[in-house]
Design a protein around this ligand. Structure first.
Ligand SMILES: Nc1ncnc2c1ncn2[C@@H]1O[C@H](COP(=O)(O)OP(=O)(O)OP(=O)(O)O)[C@@H](O)[C@H]1O
Length: 206
């Protein structure tokens, strides 16, 4: 397994929302996270990314092995598309942004400032960032929001390429990315008892 999670519990706002999560993701595999709004998909991804501590349990690889694409793209408005990617490449100690520019159809936009990109273009740049991290496990939170049909297909190809290269991905998505080999993890099975009756889960699971 490229990533193994055992008996993991995660919390939001001081309330444990998911517990007893044990699963693995193999090299070349995508795991699709399912669950209604508020189920805890973002909370799980943020915990794996090291942005918040786990309540309990163990994760086999450190956050440094993972690349997280959050709802916000984290683009620097004053930098151009190419400069944003070069900045991230420098942060991650990798070289070369050409493949990332091409993969997400950003070559023609390489000199446009972040502030001047459309929502979908920003999203494409945020996803191109994954490629320059060089990290094996991708954590993707609704990655196709703002993308048009052509860009969704482009991104699905990028994910397939990452998997074919021995990477893995955990993806919270309601969109079918056409990843035939993907395994679905239904988070309803891990609803924390502590969350029942607090309001945090009532909306999600009734
Ligand atoms: N600061 C907070 N304090 C209390 N509860 C919170 C806080 N932030 C989030 N929550 C609750 O934690 C639960 C999990 O939220 P999370 O964002 O992980 O869900 P999600 O499955 O990603 O939802 P969505 O599909 O809507 O993005 C939700 O019920 C949410 O209302």
């Amino acid at each position: 397994m490229l990533l193994s999670v055992s008996d993991l519990a995660v919390a939001r706002g001081g309330v444990t929302v998911l517990e007893g999560m044990t699963f693995g993701v193999a090299a070349g595999q995508a795991l699709i996270l399912r669950g209604p709004n508020g189920a805890g998909k973002t909370t799980l991804l943020r915990t794996l990314a090291g942005l918040q501590p786990a309540v309990a349990g163990a994760v086999s690889v450190p956050p440094e092995a993972m690349a997280y694409a959050a709802h916000a793209d984290g683009i620097k408005a004053v930098l151009t598309v190419a400069e944003n990617l070069e900045f991230w490449a420098a942060v991650h100690g990798t070289r070369g942004i050409g493949a990332a520019l091409e993969a997400m159809d950003l070559v023609g936009l390489r000199n446009r400032r972040g502030a001047h990109l459309s929502a979908g273009q920003k999203r494409r740049l945020g996803l191109a960032r994954l490629l320059v991290t060089g990290r094996p496990v991708w954590l993707l939170d609704e990655p196709t929001v703002s993308l048009d049909v052509a860009s969704v297909a482009l991104f699905a190809g990028v994910v397939r390429g990452h998997l074919a290269g021995g990477g893995a991905a955990l993806i919270a998505t309601h969109v079918d990315l056409g990843l035939g080999e993907a395994v679905v993890l239904d988070l309803s099975a891990f609803k924390a008892r502590a969350a029942a009756g607090t309001g945090a889960f009532d909306e999600a699971f009734g």
